[in-house]
Write a protein that binds this ligand. Structure first.
Ligand code: CP
Length: 347
């Protein structure tokens, strides 16, 4: 769909969870990202779409990829970006999350990008402020932009082979129980019609997850020959309440992806990992850096996806979206600039 069509479909000020989104809303983001990806190939990597807007990164957990790509995404759309430092803020004096975000918003902020260890924190923030709120990962709940960039990467790779997302069988492997990435992948992939199999030890991949419309397996070797995509997840030791497997060595033996195990898969299988990787544990260096891996392509695509999310959420606010003020000066110009910059491409 064109960017104009995407803007008509996308009316939300926030992106909190992929579970909430319709198929068309997911496609609106993916198609807008496809149009915006071109901006990063220009010598001057900037369009005026969000000129005059302010985006605050509010990360209560560490991040390499998500924080940096949200910052770059906002800058490429000409927004001003503030990286809020939680460790040196008044949070250390006991200020509540609600007070923190209301004070930040009082300084004239248009969007808060939040990562928090507690599931549901972005939703709480969205009810406390008037500006847009984007979930950059909350506890073990969701990591919507990671799910979107994973699906975007699959769509891009398999389009070149004449396949759609609905033609794919995707294995998500590892620590599913603690994974916000897995949940966001499941919602996006199933809504777009993919077949999804979750693979892991019973302690990290319980049968109950089958209620999400996916298949469950505890045998990676049996699943590998059947799938188009293997999305390897990080074992999240920081979230394991107790030992979920007897030893790291045993986990690697049954659920780690090395060259020998990869040989069981289809020759054109696509290997993904959201990062950060535990190299040598869930994935070996030979596979992570090998020819079937699209791990760095995922990171590159994350920038386009986050540009699309900011453009749709903050742009919708600017031009009379649910929280916006229709007729706000500059809004029409920003929209015109954005549309001219991204073009009206029909993927
Ligand atoms: N995939 C991901 O969320 O990475 P970061 O923790 O580095 O942001």
């Amino acid at each position: 769909m064109s960017v104009q069509q995407a803007r008509r479909i996308w009316t939300r000020p926030h992106l909190l969870a992929l579970e909430d989104l319709s198929r068309d809303e997911i496609l609106a983001i993916l198609d807008t990202a496809e149009a915006l990806k071109e901006v990063s190939t220009r010598s001057i990597k900037k369009v005026p779409a969000l000129r005059g807007k302010v985006v605050v990164n509010l990360f209560f957990e560490d991040s390499t990829r998500t924080r940096t790509s949200f910052s770059l995404a906002a800058q490429r759309l000409s927004a001003d970006v503030v990286d809020f430092s939680v460790s040196t803020s008044s949070v250390s004096k006991g200020e509540t999350l609600r007070d923190t975000v209301r004070n930040i918003e009082a300084m004239g902020v248009d969007a808060i990008v939040i990562r928090h260890r507690s599931s549901g924190a972005p939703g709480l923030v969205s009810r406390a402020v008037q500006c847009s709120v984007i979930n950059a990962g909350d506890g073990s709940h969701e990591h919507p932009t990671q799910g979107l960039l994973d699906v975007f990467t699959m769509r891009e790779v398999f389009a070149a082979r004449g396949k759609k997302i609905s033609d794919l069988h995707v294995a998500i492997v590892g620590d599913i129980a603690n994974s916000r990435v897995a949940r966001s992948n499941i919602w996006a992939l199933t809504r777009l019609g993919a077949r999804v199999t979750l693979v892991g030890p019973a302690t990290l991949c319980p049968q109950a997850l089958g209620r999400l419309g996916v298949e469950i397996s505890h045998d990676l070797d049996a699943i590998l020959p059947q799938v188009d995509v293997i999305n390897m997840l990080r074992v999240q030791f920081e979230r394991l309440a107790s030992a979920a497997f007897p030893s790291v060595r045993e986990y690697t033996r049954f659920f780690g992806l090395d060259r020998q195990r990869l040989a069981r898969a289809r020759p054109d299988v696509l290997v993904l990992h959201p990062g950060p990787m535990n190299r040598g544990l869930e994935i070996t260096t030979a596979v992570a850096d090998g020819e079937r891996s699209a791990i760095l392509r995922q990171v590159a695509n994350g920038l386009a996806v986050r540009m699309a999310v900011l453009y749709l959420c903050v742009g919708a606010n600017a031009t009379g979206g649910p929280r916006g003020s229709a007729g706000e000066s500059g809004a029409a110009a920003a929209e015109a600039g954005a549309n001219a910059a991204v073009g009206d491409t029909a993927p």
